[in-house]
Design a protein around this ligand. Structure first.
Ligand code: ATP
Ligand code: MG
Length: 216
């Protein structure tokens, strides 16, 4: 009896873990979905919150699709997974959007009972020092770097050690299924009239063609 009570009190003190999957999702594809699901399972997260990025300064060399389209495709792609949610926190924001502000806002919203883990692909982690106020950002939440075809894992490990020692931050590497899919390739396939079947969920494919996205 006493043991049971103690167990309960320990369990109630445990933080909830929510993973954040940020991306332009232009369009969302199976690489994003498989990475998020793998992190959720391996790190015991209660949910994954997908955040279509608003207007990130690092993508200013390309005009992104309308945020409403990117948000809707993300909702459609994640509907069948009860552990996946989508937040419009960034797509509703005016001007440039920064991950730091988003995490600050989510921390405020969820409070101290929730630990946030930010998922990035290997490519994103390798260039994280170009992100806005990286030092503050790395102190604010843990980062999970997922493997991605085309990006050397040992380079990722080296970068992780370097960031850990420079910023005293919490970072993890998680192996995810190696799906060599990128939104850039999908946009290119559509432009040339090639098939995008089995790269994105069928409902996303239908949405893209219904709205004539990425044709030029
Ligand atoms: P783009 O080619 O337009 O940059 P993308 O495929 O890289 O698109 P993003 O929206 O930029 O997709 O990616 C969001 C996040 O998901 C990033 O952290 C990225 O590294 C990660 N990611 C994207 N595709 C994969 C994949 N196939 N495997 C693992 N991680 C991925
Ligand atoms: Mg990318």
């Amino acid at each position: 009896m006493r043991g049971n009570r103690m167990e309960t009190s320990i369990r109630t003190k445990e933080k909830l873990r929510y993973a954040i999957m940020g991306g332009t999702f232009d369009p969302i594809h199976f690489g994003h979905l498989a990475a998020a699901e793998t992190v959720r399972q391996k790190l015991n997260c209660q949910k994954v919150i997908f955040i279509p990025l608003g207007n990130p300064p690092h993508k200013k060399n390309r005009i992104l699709s309308d945020p409403t389209h990117r948000y809707t495709m993300t909702v459609l792609a994640t509907t069948s997974n009860p552990f996946f949610e989508v937040s419009s926190i960034e797509v509703n924001r005016e001007g440039y959007t920064y991950t730091l502000n988003t995490i600050e806002e989510l921390n405020k919203y969820y409070g101290s009972e929730v630990e946030l883990l930010f998922i990035t692909g290997a490519d994103a982690l390798l260039e994280i020092e170009t992100w806005y106020k990286v030092e503050e950002l790395l102190k604010l939440c843990s980062f999970v770097a997922v493997t991605r075809p085309g990006y050397d894992k040992s380079m990722l490990e080296q970068k992780l050690l370097y960031l850990q020692s420079k910023y005293n931050s919490e970072l993890h590497i998680i192996d995810v299924p190696g799906l060599n899919i990128s939104s850039t390739d999908i946009r290119e396939l559509i432009k040339t009239g090639a098939s995008i079947k089995y790269l994105v969920p069928e409902v996303v494919e239908q949405y893209i063609f219904k709205h004539g996205l990425f044709r030029e």
